[in-house]
Design a protein around this ligand. Sequence first.
Ligand SMILES: CC(C)(COP(=O)(O)OP(=O)(O)OC[C@H]1O[C@@H](n2cnc3c(N)ncnc32)[C@H](O)[C@@H]1OP(=O)(O)O)[C@@H](O)C(=O)NCCC(=O)NCCS
Length: 164
Amino acid sequence: MIRRIAPADCDSIAALEARLFATALDQLRLMALQNNPVFCGFVDLRPDHDQPQSTSTDDLHSYLGGYLLATIIDDEAEILSVGVAPGQQRRGVGKRLLQHFFDHGASRNMAIITLEVAEDNLPALGLYRHFGFAEFGRRKGYYKRGNQKIDAIMMKWCRAEAFP
Ligand SMILES: CC(C)(COP(=O)(O)OP(=O)(O)OC[C@H]1O[C@@H](n2cnc3c(N)ncnc32)[C@H](O)[C@@H]1OP(=O)(O)O)[C@@H](O)C(=O)NCCC(=O)NCCS
């Protein structure tokens, strides 16, 4: 089940962010983001868990399957982060979250969505391409992994009829 993010989810999202990303959004930044009127976010809830009952980072004890964080200003959206709990990946959670965001955006006349992804993040690139995102630019060496610098690929989705 997917629902809007609530303040009580911030602990669990921050814990998952810390597991998934080297530079993660912490609980304070998540709370601040939630209070921003342009924020839009959803969580996918695991069917086998009551929520929110635990902030454990252990997949087995978390009610959270995944989350999507975005901003929407007028007809333009930016996806800030998408994460799926390691034990829940490759089961369609990411697709469900993106589809829910697209459905929500359709009701708001959303025309453009942008995001950034590391060029070596093949699962995320696959997910975004599946939904019709295409590369429109690069930030050279934007991400750092040890001594290695990785480009950020900037991707964009445009509603077809908005740009004939
Ligand atoms: C990227 C991520 C959100 C995908 O979520 P997911 O629930 O595992 O993805 P889904 O099961 O919905 O798969 C959707 C599509 O993504 C692609 N994909 C997902 N995992 C993949 C993998 N390991 N390898 C290649 N493609 C993959 C595929 O195109 C897949 O479609 P398919 O199953 O029909 O082939 C998840 O892997 C994740 O949380 N990764 C760590 C955090 C992250 O990198 N977030 C994105 C930051 S830009």
